[in-house]
Design a protein around this ligand. Sequence first.
Ligand SMILES: *Cc1c(COP(=O)(O)O)cnc(C)c1O
Length: 319
Amino acid sequence: MKELQTFPRVALGLFPTPTQKLENVSRRFHANVYLKRDDLTGLGLGGNKVRKLEFLLADAKARRAEVVFTTGGAQSNHAMLTAAAANRLGMKPILILKQRGVTARRGNQLLEHLMGTDVRFMDTDSYDDIYAEMDRVGKALGVPYYKIPCGGSNALGSLGYVACAEEIAGQGMRFDHLVCAEGSGGTMAGLALGAKLFLPGTRVHGMMVDSDPFEEITLRLMREAAALMEAELDISAADFSLRDLCGPGYAIASPEGSEAVRLLAETEGLFLDPVYTGKAFAGLIQMLTDGTVQPGENVLFLHSGGAGGLFAVEMEEEE
Ligand SMILES: *Cc1c(COP(=O)(O)O)cnc(C)c1O
């Protein structure tokens, strides 16, 4: 197997990120609930995409790219962080975003405006249309360019979360469960593969916040990432669990997600987001109340960031 350290990587974040116990949540649910603070990765407003971009943009650099393209929804945290990282590394980011969601100058759109980012919208529901447009624009520019898929979720990007699992193992605590949001799949696939390699005894749970075929997506990314690492592993759907927390739709707040955002705000002084981490934490609350997590077990919840969404996506009020 190839060590992760042998893959080219650019330093973008502040690692390792801290692990912190949620004392009030733990007391309420009779388990030991910890946060892996990947909302503090140290670029932009933090978030999980920084770990993926360390691998992806090293590859872009190696290929002498001058322009970096990526895509996502209008409020994509991934697109915003790609712009921040590319700027820092002296490559020009061009974001070609789906015209769905909040396109007004709020949340991540505001941050992209502050960074002077070239943001374009395409009225399509197909990422293939957008990747074709990247090639058209890139060829017209006549410079070497690099395309990062939606969410940075390919095999190389997923290595960022294999590395995160190795980092968690190095922090010394043992966890019975590891919980994350699943949007484009790279984070979950990386953690599930990383847990197989570095966290024996830890069960990985993905909380689906979109309606894609995630079992298939996760398996494919796990196998492709394992192939990159030349790791001979028997990978199957038994390696992880999935739960559907999408609610009314991707990037639309759900009542239980908003309740989880409020719970952490009120009891711990910490902020989740309505699109990913709030819904994922609502899934963790289900696990804590339906017996999936046994009393006294240790649970690690990946806080994957998403602060921009709090300032763009409407959350339903309770009354
Ligand atoms: C992108 C994102 C996720 C989901 O990660 P994927 O690798 O796309 O599945 C979770 N939380 C936040 C805040 C994100 O921006």
